[in-house]
Design a protein around this ligand. Structure first.
Ligand code: AMP
Ligand code: ZN
Length: 472
């Protein structure tokens, strides 16, 4: 039985989709004004692991992630760079899709864009005005929070608390300080769309209500995002969708904990801000995924170089095993000894971990225990039947590859039979050894890191340095 911690009920609940085996899932995606950072990457990777596990369990998942492509930050950037705001959004949408792929995140079924859903957004705002939940003032439209019973039910706060706690800009046009924008009147030079209230653009919250409903229906199974979105973004999505449709909006709310860097909040001004792109130059996607999966999605995660280096080290065990499996499978020894091995125990352990609110740290521990036991079996028995290796590979394909995405069999191939690569790499290894002898560690580290960024991993051992080619 799969249970999920539901933010809105503050309880772990048995997961019951509306329309078995279909699961409709919506995750708040990026605002495409910059390359996404490693904190965003955590939310994207953990939602990918959740989606993959639902698929592993046989659900038919429809996965939607929106792209916010009209927003203050995009407009600001377009002014700074003297470009059209759609050119900024297009550039970073393309970059987003490239980085998602490099992180081995499965493509969403749909990436709806706000600018392509203006009709739905305008219709939804009109519906809210017609039902008395919204009001227009001089080309702006606001949601009237006082009209919605239970405003604050997701964040667990009442209206008075929210007013006193929120940093709300003074706006004479609003009836109540918590009222929020559904439609913003166009300012000089900003992109705009025609609407019944004049030229303008939508607020951020209404985009998600309109796009989730357009693609997943008025009530759907799972809505996820970082926990910074609980208030006001998701609270406002509930208020909008439930007021307009008169129905429950979402059955399960999942929120991801924040990623900090060396125990500090990541921010550009602190100089500890990293894009996923930058980190991917230094570490493999599998190491990033393992580092994230080893912390439960809901808790905070402290990110550091050491965390990734230790994930990379942990992965060596799995990669070495994968390499060994491929070699043995190629040999195809059908007359070797058949070895009894309790695959079911590991399968059950993996599933119980993931069934318990997607406990991926426990699931990773099961994979490493499994690898250790397999290595022991291999060490004890030199002449094993190929069936054993095939079964091991199948288990890893389903779990470590299929659900967690921390292993890629295509990457753990032996180095290519290419003598030029070998000679050049050995030459660089020699230069690095010389640099180390001269205590020029900046150069020796640079050689190691640059080789790594093109997929050549150096391994220092007692007898010198060897290398391994990893497919990117
Ligand atoms: P944004 O582009 O800022 O709207 O964020 C896109 C997604 O990343 C949202 O689901 C955010 O909640 C999430 N997110 C932003 N910053 C972090 C962080 N430091 N750690 C984890 N998730 C984050
Ligand atoms: Zn959203």
């Amino acid at each position: 039985m799969l249970s999920i911690y539901n933010t809105i009920t503050r309880k772990k609940e048995e997961f019951k989709p509306i329309n078995l085996p279909q699961v409709n899932m919506y995750v708040c995606g990026p605002t495409v004004y910059d390359y996404f950072h490693i904190g965003n990457a955590r939310s994207f990777i953990m939602s990918d692991i959740i989606r993959r596990y639902l698929e592993y369990k046989g659900f038919n998942v429809k996965f939607v992630m929106n792209l916010t492509d009209v927003d203050d930050k995009i407009i600001k950037k377009s002014i700074e760079e003297n470009k059209d705001s759609s050119a900024v959004a297009d550039h970073f949408t393309k970059a987003f899709l490239e980085d998602i792929q490099k992180l081995k995140i499965k493509k969403a079924d749909i990436y709806p864009k706000a600018t392509a859903h203006m009709h739905e957004i305008i219709d939804l705002i009109q519906k809210l005005i017609d039902k008395g939940f919204a009001y227009s003032v001089d080309g702006n439209v606001f949601y009237d929070v006082s009209k919605f019973d239970n405003y604050g039910k997701l964040s667990g706060k009442n209206i008075e608390e929210l007013i006193s706690g929120a940093r709300i800009e003074i706006n004479e046009e609003k009836k109540n300080p918590l009222d929020f924008s559904l439609w913003k009147k166009a300012k000089e030079g900003e992109p705009y769309w025609e609407s019944p209230w004049g030229k303008g653009r939508p607020g951020w919250h209404i985009e998600c209500s309109a796009m989730s409903c357009a693609h997943l229906g008025e009530t759907f199974d799972i809505h996820a995002g970082g926990n910074d979105l609980i208030f006001p973004h998701h609270e406002n999505e509930i208020a909008q969708s439930e007021a307009a449709n008169g129905k429950k909006f979402v059955n399960y709310w999942i929120h991801f904990g924040f990623l900090n860097i060396n125990n500090e909040k990541m921010s550009k001004s602190l100089g500890n801000f990293f894009t996923a792109r930058e980190i991917l130059k230094l570490f493999s996607a599998e190491a990033i995924r393992l580092a994230f999966a080893q912390t439960h999605y809901a808790g905070p995660l402290n990110f550091s170089d050491e965390l990734l280096a230790s994930a990379e080290k942990g992965l060596e065990k799995l990669n070495n095993l994968a390499e060994k499996l491929d070699k043995e499978i190629k040999k195809n020894n059908t007359s070797g000894n058949v070895r009894a091995f309790d695959f079911n125990k590991f399968k059950n352990d993996f599933e119980s971990a993931m069934d318990d609110d997607f406990n991926s740290p426990q699931a990773c521990a099961v994979i490493f225990d499994f690898a250790r036991e397999v290595n022991r079996a291999i060490a004890e028995n030199e002449n094993l039947n190929v069936k054993f290796y095939l079964d091991v590979k199948e288990f890893l394909e389903k779990t470590a590859v299929g659900v967690l995405g921390i292993l890629d069999f295509a990457k753990s191939q032996p180095p290519p039979d290419d003598s030029l690569t070998e000679d050049l790499t050995n030459l660089l290894i020699k230069l690095r050894t010389d640099a180390k002898k001269e205590k020029n560690f900046a150069l020796s580290d640079k050689i190691r890191d640059e080789l790594k960024s093109i997929g050549i991993i150096l391994q220092d051992g007692k007898d010198g340095t060897t290398f391994k080619v990893i497919k990117k």
